[in-house]
Ligand binder design. Structure first.
Ligand code: SF4
Length: 224
């Protein structure tokens, strides 16, 4: 509990967890290395500033003022979330988890113990482009998590980050088809690449054009 594993805490947001007043806990470290990642300081674990004990201290001052805690990063599931979520729940907060889905076992445990209320799952790329974009070959781990969440009762969403030089319309159509085939019936959220000079892949703004009229209507898509 004393080890510094949290980069920062965003004390208040109305936008990250729909219909909830939340704070965001930014955990350090990640088991991916996505080209478009703009959180390089967090991912490369250079600057952990807080222990989870300090986070709990902060949350105690927000009981009855906030509804929920968002666990983000980096990749929050690299940390002891069973303990941390238990402590957060004991204070009465709901929990949203942002995850890349690689830690299937932990996510299963959190869901089965009802320690999370909402999950935002990143679908990074088609199987073919997964390694290129994330620098890991663990597509199957991501997919196991996806299948588990579809079978579970937990609320969740699937989202992807779009850089048009990395993913084209055909890739998005393949990803939607895959989601549909495995039984996902929710919205597919697409967020545009946010340029920062120190993004992990040193990417520039996309030069390719993305034509959303070429997308199939396999699922409802929301750009945000
Ligand atoms: S964008 Fe990729 S590298 Fe960055 S925090 Fe998310 S999963 Fe990790």
């Amino acid at each position: 509990m004393n080890k510094k594993i949290v980069y920062d805490v965003t004390k208040f947001t109305t936008t990250d967890y729909k219909d909830h007043l939340s704070c965001i806990v930014w955990f350090i470290g990640c088991n991916m290395h996505c080209s478009y990642c703009y959180n390089s300081d967090i991912v490369l674990s250079k600057k952990a500033n807080h222990s989870f004990e300090e986070v709990i201290g902060f949350l105690k001052t927000r009981v009855n003022l906030l509804d929920a805690v968002v666990l983000s990063g980096g990749e929050a599931t690299l940390h002891n979330l069973v303990l941390y979520c238990t402590l957060i729940k004991a204070l009465g907060f709901k929990i949203k988890l942002d995850t890349n889905g690689l830690n299937t076992l932990l996510i299963k445990e959190l869901v089965n113990k009802e320690l999370v209320d909402y999950i935002a799952l990143d679908f990074k790329a088609t199987q073919q482009k997964f390694q290129q974009i994330t620098k890991t070959s663990r597509y199957n781990d991501f997919f196991q998590t996806l299948e588990f969440l579809i079978m579970s009762n937990v609320d969740f969403e699937v989202r992807t980050t779009l850089h048009a030089n990395l993913l084209n319309e055909n890739d998005i159509n393949i990803m939607m088809e895959k989601l549909k085939k495995v039984g996902y019936e929710g919205t597919f959220y697409i967020q545009n690449f946010l340029y920062t000079p120190d993004n992990l892949g040193k990417l520039k703004e996309p030069t390719a054009l993305f034509d959303s009229t070429k997308l199939d209507n396999t699922l409802e898509i929301v750009f945000r």
